[in-house]
Design a protein around this ligand. Structure first.
Ligand SMILES: Nc1ncnc2c1ncn2[C@@H]1O[C@H](COP(=O)(O)OP(=O)(O)OP(=O)(O)O)[C@@H](O)[C@H]1O
Ligand SMILES: [Mg+2]
Length: 265
Protein backbone atom coordinates (compact mmCIF):
# COMPACT_ATOMS: atom_id res chain seq x y z
CA UNK A 1 0.00 0.00 0.00
CA UNK A 2 1.38 3.36 -0.96
CA UNK A 3 0.45 6.95 -0.34
CA UNK A 4 1.48 10.09 -2.15
CA UNK A 5 2.99 12.83 0.01
CA UNK A 6 1.48 15.70 -2.00
CA UNK A 7 -1.90 16.50 -0.55
CA UNK A 8 -3.46 17.71 -3.79
CA UNK A 9 -3.49 14.25 -5.43
CA UNK A 10 -6.60 12.24 -4.65
CA UNK A 11 -6.73 8.46 -4.43
CA UNK A 12 -7.99 8.01 -8.01
CA UNK A 13 -5.22 10.15 -9.41
CA UNK A 14 -2.63 8.13 -7.47
CA UNK A 15 -4.09 4.85 -8.74
CA UNK A 16 -3.98 6.12 -12.29
CA UNK A 17 -0.41 7.32 -11.86
CA UNK A 18 0.61 3.88 -10.65
CA UNK A 19 -1.17 2.26 -13.50
CA UNK A 20 0.75 4.56 -15.84
CA UNK A 21 3.97 3.77 -13.97
CA UNK A 22 3.24 0.05 -14.30
CA UNK A 23 2.92 0.42 -18.05
CA UNK A 24 6.27 2.19 -18.13
CA UNK A 25 7.91 -0.54 -16.02
CA UNK A 26 6.47 -3.14 -18.39
CA UNK A 27 8.03 -1.35 -21.32
CA UNK A 28 11.33 -0.81 -19.54
CA UNK A 29 11.89 -4.19 -17.88
CA UNK A 30 9.57 -6.58 -19.65
CA UNK A 31 8.05 -8.32 -16.62
CA UNK A 32 6.23 -6.65 -13.74
CA UNK A 33 5.25 -8.64 -10.66
CA UNK A 34 3.50 -6.16 -8.41
CA UNK A 35 5.75 -4.87 -5.67
CA UNK A 36 7.63 -8.06 -4.88
CA UNK A 37 10.90 -8.81 -6.70
CA UNK A 38 10.83 -7.75 -10.30
CA UNK A 39 13.00 -9.21 -13.04
CA UNK A 40 14.78 -6.53 -15.03
CA UNK A 41 15.80 -6.62 -18.69
CA UNK A 42 19.31 -7.73 -17.66
CA UNK A 43 17.85 -10.60 -15.61
CA UNK A 44 18.79 -9.22 -12.19
CA UNK A 45 16.30 -9.02 -9.34
CA UNK A 46 15.17 -5.53 -8.43
CA UNK A 47 13.91 -5.25 -4.88
CA UNK A 48 10.67 -3.50 -4.01
CA UNK A 49 12.51 -0.55 -2.46
CA UNK A 50 14.41 -0.03 -5.69
CA UNK A 51 11.17 -0.13 -7.62
CA UNK A 52 9.81 2.59 -5.35
CA UNK A 53 12.85 4.72 -6.15
CA UNK A 54 12.36 4.19 -9.90
CA UNK A 55 8.70 5.12 -9.57
CA UNK A 56 9.63 8.29 -7.72
CA UNK A 57 12.50 9.35 -9.96
CA UNK A 58 11.34 8.29 -13.40
CA UNK A 59 7.73 7.24 -13.69
CA UNK A 60 6.16 9.77 -11.32
CA UNK A 61 8.45 12.61 -12.37
CA UNK A 62 9.95 13.23 -8.94
CA UNK A 63 6.73 13.00 -6.90
CA UNK A 64 7.58 11.78 -3.41
CA UNK A 65 6.16 8.35 -2.60
CA UNK A 66 6.13 7.06 0.95
CA UNK A 67 5.29 3.73 2.52
CA UNK A 68 2.10 3.87 4.48
CA UNK A 69 2.76 4.28 8.22
CA UNK A 70 1.77 1.47 10.59
CA UNK A 71 -1.73 1.79 11.95
CA UNK A 72 -3.39 0.27 14.99
CA UNK A 73 -0.16 -0.34 16.83
CA UNK A 74 -0.35 -0.14 20.61
CA UNK A 75 2.66 0.09 22.91
CA UNK A 76 2.92 -2.95 25.20
CA UNK A 77 4.51 -1.89 28.47
CA UNK A 78 6.79 -4.55 29.98
CA UNK A 79 6.84 -5.59 33.62
CA UNK A 80 10.58 -5.04 33.94
CA UNK A 81 11.41 -1.35 33.79
CA UNK A 82 14.54 0.50 32.69
CA UNK A 83 15.33 1.24 36.36
CA UNK A 84 15.16 -2.49 37.17
CA UNK A 85 17.67 -3.26 34.46
CA UNK A 86 19.88 -0.39 35.57
CA UNK A 87 19.85 -1.69 39.14
CA UNK A 88 20.70 -5.15 37.83
CA UNK A 89 23.65 -3.79 35.86
CA UNK A 90 24.76 -1.21 38.44
CA UNK A 91 24.85 1.63 35.93
CA UNK A 92 22.57 4.02 34.05
CA UNK A 93 21.50 3.51 30.45
CA UNK A 94 22.54 6.60 28.49
CA UNK A 95 23.54 7.62 24.99
CA UNK A 96 27.04 9.02 24.53
CA UNK A 97 26.65 10.71 21.16
CA UNK A 98 30.10 11.30 19.64
CA UNK A 99 29.95 13.79 16.81
CA UNK A 100 32.72 15.37 14.75
CA UNK A 101 34.46 15.39 11.41
CA UNK A 102 35.82 12.24 9.82
CA UNK A 103 39.15 11.30 11.40
CA UNK A 104 38.56 13.42 14.50
CA UNK A 105 38.72 10.29 16.68
CA UNK A 106 35.11 9.28 17.43
CA UNK A 107 35.64 5.56 16.82
CA UNK A 108 39.09 5.45 18.38
CA UNK A 109 37.92 7.07 21.61
CA UNK A 110 34.59 5.20 21.79
CA UNK A 111 36.19 1.76 21.39
CA UNK A 112 38.95 2.60 23.88
CA UNK A 113 36.27 3.74 26.32
CA UNK A 114 34.26 0.56 25.76
CA UNK A 115 37.29 -1.49 26.78
CA UNK A 116 38.02 0.69 29.81
CA UNK A 117 34.42 0.47 30.99
CA UNK A 118 34.36 -3.31 30.64
CA UNK A 119 37.47 -3.54 32.83
CA UNK A 120 35.55 -1.46 35.39
CA UNK A 121 32.66 -3.94 35.23
CA UNK A 122 30.42 -1.62 33.20
CA UNK A 123 28.58 -2.71 30.09
CA UNK A 124 28.73 -0.47 27.04
CA UNK A 125 28.42 -0.84 23.31
CA UNK A 126 29.55 1.18 20.30
CA UNK A 127 27.26 1.74 17.35
CA UNK A 128 29.82 2.74 14.75
CA UNK A 129 29.18 4.57 11.50
CA UNK A 130 30.65 2.34 8.81
CA UNK A 131 29.58 -0.86 10.59
CA UNK A 132 25.94 0.21 10.72
CA UNK A 133 26.08 1.23 7.08
CA UNK A 134 27.08 -2.35 6.26
CA UNK A 135 23.78 -3.67 7.60
CA UNK A 136 20.82 -1.77 9.00
CA UNK A 137 21.55 1.38 6.98
CA UNK A 138 23.16 -0.28 3.96
CA UNK A 139 20.41 1.16 1.77
CA UNK A 140 21.33 4.77 2.59
CA UNK A 141 23.75 7.10 0.84
CA UNK A 142 25.20 10.46 1.82
CA UNK A 143 22.61 12.90 0.49
CA UNK A 144 21.13 15.24 3.15
CA UNK A 145 17.90 13.13 3.22
CA UNK A 146 19.79 9.85 3.59
CA UNK A 147 22.04 11.31 6.27
CA UNK A 148 18.92 12.43 8.14
CA UNK A 149 17.36 8.96 7.90
CA UNK A 150 20.69 7.39 8.91
CA UNK A 151 20.73 9.40 12.13
CA UNK A 152 17.02 8.89 12.79
CA UNK A 153 17.43 5.10 12.70
CA UNK A 154 20.60 5.18 14.80
CA UNK A 155 18.81 7.38 17.32
CA UNK A 156 15.99 4.87 17.64
CA UNK A 157 18.41 1.96 18.00
CA UNK A 158 20.49 3.89 20.56
CA UNK A 159 17.32 4.63 22.51
CA UNK A 160 16.51 0.91 22.69
CA UNK A 161 20.05 0.08 23.83
CA UNK A 162 19.93 2.80 26.50
CA UNK A 163 16.56 1.44 27.60
CA UNK A 164 18.33 -1.89 28.13
CA UNK A 165 20.55 -0.08 30.64
CA UNK A 166 23.62 -0.07 28.44
CA UNK A 167 26.04 2.85 28.12
CA UNK A 168 25.44 3.27 24.42
CA UNK A 169 28.03 5.07 22.32
CA UNK A 170 27.41 6.25 18.80
CA UNK A 171 30.28 7.25 16.52
CA UNK A 172 28.76 9.03 13.55
CA UNK A 173 29.78 12.30 11.95
CA UNK A 174 26.11 13.36 12.36
CA UNK A 175 26.72 16.77 10.78
CA UNK A 176 23.31 18.36 11.27
CA UNK A 177 22.30 20.05 14.49
CA UNK A 178 18.60 19.36 14.00
CA UNK A 179 19.15 15.60 13.55
CA UNK A 180 21.15 15.42 16.78
CA UNK A 181 18.55 17.54 18.55
CA UNK A 182 15.85 15.14 17.40
CA UNK A 183 17.67 12.22 19.03
CA UNK A 184 18.17 14.27 22.22
CA UNK A 185 14.41 14.72 22.35
CA UNK A 186 13.81 10.95 22.10
CA UNK A 187 15.12 10.33 25.62
CA UNK A 188 14.81 11.92 29.08
CA UNK A 189 16.90 14.91 30.17
CA UNK A 190 20.40 13.80 31.03
CA UNK A 191 20.24 10.59 29.00
CA UNK A 192 21.62 12.13 25.80
CA UNK A 193 25.21 13.23 26.24
CA UNK A 194 26.57 15.03 23.21
CA UNK A 195 30.34 14.75 22.91
CA UNK A 196 31.95 16.99 20.33
CA UNK A 197 35.14 15.36 19.10
CA UNK A 198 36.86 18.48 17.84
CA UNK A 199 39.90 18.72 15.62
CA UNK A 200 40.99 21.40 13.12
CA UNK A 201 40.49 20.46 9.48
CA UNK A 202 44.18 20.96 8.63
CA UNK A 203 45.17 18.38 11.24
CA UNK A 204 42.53 16.01 9.83
CA UNK A 205 43.89 16.39 6.29
CA UNK A 206 47.29 15.42 7.72
CA UNK A 207 45.92 12.41 9.65
CA UNK A 208 43.67 11.19 6.86
CA UNK A 209 43.67 7.60 8.24
CA UNK A 210 41.41 6.27 5.47
CA UNK A 211 42.79 8.45 2.65
CA UNK A 212 39.34 10.01 2.33
CA UNK A 213 40.33 13.68 2.55
CA UNK A 214 42.76 13.29 -0.32
CA UNK A 215 40.03 11.74 -2.46
CA UNK A 216 37.44 14.34 -1.39
CA UNK A 217 39.80 17.24 -2.21
CA UNK A 218 40.39 15.73 -5.67
CA UNK A 219 36.62 15.52 -6.08
CA UNK A 220 36.63 11.71 -6.18
CA UNK A 221 34.24 11.55 -3.18
CA UNK A 222 31.20 13.77 -3.29
CA UNK A 223 29.30 15.19 -0.28
CA UNK A 224 32.30 14.79 2.01
CA UNK A 225 31.74 16.53 5.35
CA UNK A 226 34.14 19.41 5.95
CA UNK A 227 35.19 19.54 2.28
CA UNK A 228 32.10 19.47 0.09
CA UNK A 229 29.32 19.05 2.65
CA UNK A 230 28.63 21.10 5.79
CA UNK A 231 29.28 20.24 9.42
CA UNK A 232 27.20 22.10 11.99
CA UNK A 233 29.14 22.34 15.25
CA UNK A 234 27.23 21.41 18.44
CA UNK A 235 25.92 24.56 20.11
CA UNK A 236 25.86 23.26 23.65
CA UNK A 237 27.57 19.87 23.92
CA UNK A 238 27.93 18.21 27.31
CA UNK A 239 31.61 17.59 26.55
CA UNK A 240 34.23 18.74 24.07
CA UNK A 241 37.27 16.56 23.36
CA UNK A 242 40.07 18.47 21.61
CA UNK A 243 41.88 15.63 19.95
CA UNK A 244 44.63 17.80 18.46
CA UNK A 245 45.84 18.74 21.94
CA UNK A 246 44.64 15.84 24.15
CA UNK A 247 45.85 12.25 24.01
CA UNK A 248 43.38 9.40 23.45
CA UNK A 249 43.77 8.43 27.13
CA UNK A 250 43.08 11.97 28.28
CA UNK A 251 39.89 12.11 26.22
CA UNK A 252 38.74 8.73 27.57
CA UNK A 253 39.48 9.87 31.12
CA UNK A 254 37.41 13.05 30.59
CA UNK A 255 34.38 10.99 29.59
CA UNK A 256 34.81 8.59 32.53
CA UNK A 257 35.01 11.55 34.89
CA UNK A 258 31.80 12.95 33.42
CA UNK A 259 30.03 9.58 33.86
CA UNK A 260 31.17 9.40 37.50
CA UNK A 261 30.13 12.98 38.27
CA UNK A 262 26.65 12.29 36.91
CA UNK A 263 26.35 8.97 38.81
CA UNK A 264 26.00 7.05 35.55
CA UNK A 265 28.71 4.62 36.66
N1 LIG B 1 44.02 12.44 20.53
C1 LIG B 1 43.50 11.63 19.63
N2 LIG B 1 42.25 11.14 19.80
C2 LIG B 1 41.71 10.32 18.87
N3 LIG B 1 42.34 9.93 17.75
C3 LIG B 1 43.58 10.38 17.52
C4 LIG B 1 44.20 11.25 18.45
N4 LIG B 1 45.42 11.55 17.96
C5 LIG B 1 45.54 10.90 16.79
N5 LIG B 1 44.47 10.17 16.53
C6 LIG B 1 44.27 9.34 15.33
O1 LIG B 1 43.25 9.92 14.55
C7 LIG B 1 42.54 8.91 13.85
C8 LIG B 1 41.07 8.98 14.19
O2 LIG B 1 40.37 8.08 13.38
P1 LIG B 1 38.94 7.54 13.73
O3 LIG B 1 38.67 6.44 12.77
O4 LIG B 1 38.83 7.24 15.17
O5 LIG B 1 38.04 8.82 13.39
P2 LIG B 1 36.46 8.95 13.26
O6 LIG B 1 36.12 10.22 13.92
O7 LIG B 1 35.83 7.70 13.79
O8 LIG B 1 36.28 9.09 11.70
P3 LIG B 1 35.09 8.57 10.74
O9 LIG B 1 33.97 9.55 10.90
O10 LIG B 1 35.69 8.62 9.39
O11 LIG B 1 34.71 7.18 11.17
C9 LIG B 1 43.14 7.58 14.28
O12 LIG B 1 44.09 7.18 13.32
C10 LIG B 1 43.80 7.92 15.61
O13 LIG B 1 44.88 7.07 15.91
MG1 LIG C 1 34.66 6.19 12.86
Amino acid sequence: MLICAKRFYNALEIISMFSFAKQMMLRKFGVFKGFTPLRSGEGELKQASELLKILEDKALGGIKVERKKSENVVWHAGKVKKEDRERFLGQKGVILWFTGLSGSGKSTIAHELEERLLKMGKLSYVLDGDNIRHGLNGDLGFSPEDREENIRRIGEVAKLFADLGIITMTAFISPYQKDRQRVRELVKDGEFIEIYVKCPIDELKNRDPKGMYEKAIKGEIKNFTGISAPYEEPENPELILNTDSESIDESVEKVIEYLRNKDII
